[in-house]
Design a protein around this ligand. Structure first.
Ligand SMILES: NC(=O)c1ccc[n+]([C@@H]2O[C@H](COP(=O)([O-])OP(=O)(O)OC[C@H]3O[C@@H](n4cnc5c(N)ncnc54)[C@H](OP(=O)(O)O)[C@@H]3O)[C@@H](O)[C@H]2O)c1
Length: 286
């Protein structure tokens, strides 16, 4: 039940009808009895600045940002967090105590929190990782892994130039870290790089329902390596099924979505919430 003091937030994108965020946040609002609302905000690209001005005028607590506005939102907020700057995109906007709006990015946090919740004993410090993909989501993975202490990261992507640009950006961001290796490798070299990987991340869209499976030979990957997939439809992708069958620790991608959302919810509604099975089921059945 809302009162006149309810905090308001939402998710801005175009289109937005497919978004799971309203169900996700709606579950927490109801479960924790929060005086607040979270609504879909369909905003066409040409209306972005008017829409942001409107939400600011209405005093929204903040909002999530999705395709196609994540990069454009960088220009529409009053200040940026270090994560938003490093990743080059805003997925969460948070009203500050002084009324200004912070552009933040919680994807790296969501990615790492998911791994930490499911594999709490895994230590990232000094580890070697292999990342497949160099799209928008990969930027958050790189930020998360390097900030967590990974010291050797190879990025394999079908389009090598994209992996090179990504690796170059983060070498710059983490230039003060001694001995850090953050390099692009050719897609076909991923099989060889798998032999020394202690963490394997799929951040391509391969393995998603309706798309082809990952077409890489990864048999050299040690069975102790942590394997995670950002794709969560299906929840157990062919990569995760393969990894689980050979004994690798695995983490599915749904938790990343849930944990990145938690960071925004807690900032807007000043309420601590949990990512648990009830939430996973609520989102999966939506
Ligand atoms: N779990 C979560 O919370 C979460 C969050 C964000 C994204 N995701 C998922 O992560 C995946 C990537 O998202 P994104 O935003 O980074 O997408 P994106 O920017 O479109 O990037 C797609 C990536 O997949 C690669 N790719 C596509 N088709 C390929 C093919 N046939 N062979 C080899 N590589 C191929 C692309 O390589 P090129 O550069 O060569 O095109 C690129 O690296 C999506 O499935 C998305 O649903 C999950």
């Amino acid at each position: 039940m809302m009162t006149g003091k309810a905090e308001r937030a939402g998710v801005m994108g175009w289109p937005i009808a497919h978004s799971k965020s309203p169900q996700l946040h709606g579950h927490w609002l109801e479960r924790y009895g929060v005086d607040g609302a979270y609504i879909p905000l369909p905003v066409a690209p040409e209306d972005l600045s008017t829409a942001v001005a409107g939400l600011k005028a209405l005093g929204f607590a903040g909002w999530n940002v999705t395709i196609p506005h994540k990069q454009d939102m960088l220009k529409h907020v009053d200040m940026l967090s270090p994560e938003a700057k490093a990743i080059g995109a805003v997925n969460t906007v948070i009203r500050q105590d002084d009324g200004r709006y912070l552009g933040h990015n919680t994807d790296a946090y969501g990615f790492m929190e998911n791994l930490r919740q499911v594999q709490p004993d895994f230590d990232f410090q000094g580890k070697t990782a292999l990342l497949l993909g160099a799209g928008g989501a990969s930027r958050a993975v790189v930020q998360g892994l390097l900030a967590a202490g990974v010291r050797h990261l190879s990025i394999a992507n079908r389009s090598l130039d994209r992996a090179e640009a990504l690796a170059g950006d983060f070498r710059q961001t983490f230039q003060k870290v001694p001995g850090l290796v953050c390099q692009a490798i050719a897609w076909n070299d991923a099989s060889q790089a798998a032999a020394s990987a202690q963490i394997l991340v799929n951040a391509t869209s391969l393995g998603m329902e309706g798309k082809s499976s990952l077409n890489l030979e990864l048999d050299a990957l040690p069975t102790s390596a942590l394997v995670t997939d950002l794709v969560y439809t299906p929840l157990e992708t062919p990569l995760l099924a393969w990894a689980r069958a050979r004994g690798n620790p695995t983490v599915d991608g749904l938790g990343m979505l849930l944990h990145q959302a938690r960071a925004g919810f807690e900032a807007w509604f000043k309420t601590s919430v949990m990512v648990d099975e009830a939430l996973r089921q609520a989102v999966l059945s939506s």
